[in-house]
Structures are given as C-alpha cells and as structure tokens.
Design a protein around this ligand. Sequence first.
Ligand code: NAI
Ligand code: MG
Length: 354
Amino acid sequence: MAKKIVLLPGDGIGPEIMESAVRVMDQISKSFNVTFSYETADIGGVAVDNHHTPLPQTTIEACKNADSILLGAVGGPKWDNIEVSKRPEQGLLGIRKALNLFANLRPIRVYKPLVHASPLKSDRVEGADILIVRELTGGLYFGTPRERRDNGNTVVDTLQYTREEIKRIMHIGFQSAMGRSKKLTSVDKANVLESSRMWREIAEEVSKEYKEVELEHLLVDAAAMKLITEPKSFDTIVTENLFGDILSDEASIIPGTIGVLASASLNDKSLGLFEPIHGSAPDIAGKGIANPISMILSVAMMLQHSLSMPKAAEVIEKSVERALDEGYHTGDLDMDGKVLNTVEMTDKIIEFMR
Ligand code: NAI
Ligand code: MG
C-alpha cells in the first residue's frame, strides 16, 4: 500500500528544497520498491494568502490522515507586520500542537568534509556528534497569558510546564542517550527559573530508570559557551522549547552551515513531522541556490523514525556524505570543491543513491 505523505512546502526556499525531497523520495521508491502518495497542503504565509489563516483546518485534517509529513519552512518579510496570532510561524506552532509533536530531535553531525567548512578550529569539531532533544509543545512559546497590558506599556509571556510534559520529554532524552553513547546533558536555568528547578528535579527522578546513562546538568548560558568551545564534550542534550531553539541554531556553527541540519518532530505514535531546522531564508529565496541537504536529511529521518525504512535512510545519508566528500556543495558552505545550485546538488546526491 502506498505510504501517504503530506507535503507542506511553505514559504521562501521551502518549495525549492521540497522539490529536492520529492525527487529523492522518488528514487527511494524505485530502489526499495515502495510507493509514496503525495498530498500538498498550505501552511504559513502561503496559507495566510490563500486562506486568511496560517493553518487551515484542511491542512490539519490532511496531516492527521497521513503516514508522515514533510515541511519546508514558513515565514518571510511579506507577513512581518500582521498581528502575531496570524503570523506564518503560528501555523508551525499550531500543527505541532494539533498533532501533539512534543519531541523534537535535532542531530548535529560533522560529516568529515565539513570539518574545514566550520568556522571553528577543525580539531575541535572533527568527530562531533550531538543530538539535541528539544521539548516542542510547551514552555514560553505556548504558555498563557501572553499579552500587552497597561496601554501597551507592560508585556507578559508565560513559561509554563506540567510535570507530565517534562517527564515525557525526559524519557525521550534518556532513551535517545541509551541508543547513543549513554551521556545525557540536561540544560536549564535552575539558578533563576522555578520551571527549571522542576525540570532538574524531574531529570533526577527519571534518571533512576536509566541507571546506565550518565546525567549531567548544565545552565543554559554555560551550555551555549561550551557548545562552541568543546562540542565534542556533548552527546545527547535534553532541554525546554526556547533553549532548544536557540542552542540548535547556535550548534549549526559546528558543521559550518544551518543548511545541512534536519529535524524530526514526534508524538507518542508513529506520525511525525520532518523539517529542516532553518527558516525560509528570504535573503536567498527565488535564486535556486539553497542547500537542499537539510531537507534531504529530513527525508532520511522520516524513513528512519516514521516509516521503518532504516536502510533507505542510510542510503540517503551515505550519498549526501559522498557528494560532500567529493567536494560538491552549495554556496553556503565555505569549502574547496565545486559550488552547485539546488537542483545540481540534488542531482549529485540522487546519482550517488543509484
Ligand atoms: P533562516 O534560518 O531562514 O536563515 C538564516 C540564514 O541561514 C540566512 O542567511 C539564510 O540564507 C541561511 N540559510 C538558511 N537555510 C539555508 C539553506 N538551506 N541553504 C543555504 N542557506 C540557508 O532564519 P531567518 O532569516 O532568521 O528567518 C527567516 C524567516 O523564517 C523568518 O520569517 C522566520 O520567522 C522564519 N523561520 C521559520 C522557521 C521554520 O519554518 N521552521 C524557523 C526559523 C525561522
Ligand atoms: Mg529556530
């Protein structure tokens, strides 16, 4: 039976790299004798334009009926001045909430050829391999009240978590660490925030169920620094929504570009949403030069985490690595070799998949 994949290309470079994703999946289809059926739906700015809302009900329904979901990116200057509740980014937050996608996995691996593309010293980044587990449906991005008061002179956002929300992401953190090198760094701001004190308590509590995993606590400011000075000292990181958002963009410095970083957003079932960690890159949108690797590796994560096709995921990862190894890259990477555009880079990766 065909696997139903919903495509949410979104805005900016989203549709450009989504095309690469579909071409890669078509190749997987041929090599592994599976059929994918695609349904494209609107989210973000394009949905605001077409449906006056960043997340139409039809998009939510399509996603709920899918085997898996791929998303490009949302947002852009065109929609910057509309009210917050209607902004493209609300579409993304909304779909995460609607599907209960509370666990966001963001791997940061330095493929060998990227060692010299990183602005960091190569001996510091060579071999770095980190998984950031970010809580995705709670914390500051969802807490209420969220409002201006006092004639606009006071503003409130709310950082709120329930014990259950922290517990379930903590379990994902520990389970992920179990499958890696059994070290988990829990990042918080327990010296200041009450929510972080509870976060830390629950980390300790859950750790009793994973005795083999070494748990360390790190304050977010120290973690931000150490991520750059000693990236290899990290294995798995578990953290709340806002900290995870910021730390993972920072971590993109390690492999030299945000254009190679993919993510999986999972719930407690097999449905997942897979997307690059970057945004819609308005500065390069329409030029056909975006790095498609973030999106192509998101396809690999989908095959691994949602469609039970780890072999297919491996074929994609190996082909990406080989393309980079042979010096093929897009303009966002500062390395020797040949600069290709989005379509050419995708062609190369598909050529190596065959
Ligand atoms: P961004 O991640 O879109 O871009 C940051 C920088 O990285 C830019 O210089 C961009 O050209 C570059 N870049 C990003 N992806 C690339 C790729 N695949 N290949 C080559 N270069 C790439 O962040 P920015 O500029 O802060 O945000 C732009 C818009 O995207 C905003 O509207 C923002 O709200 C939205 N956004 C959406 C996200 C999502 O859809 N998941 C996440 C982050 C931001
Ligand atoms: Mg971000």
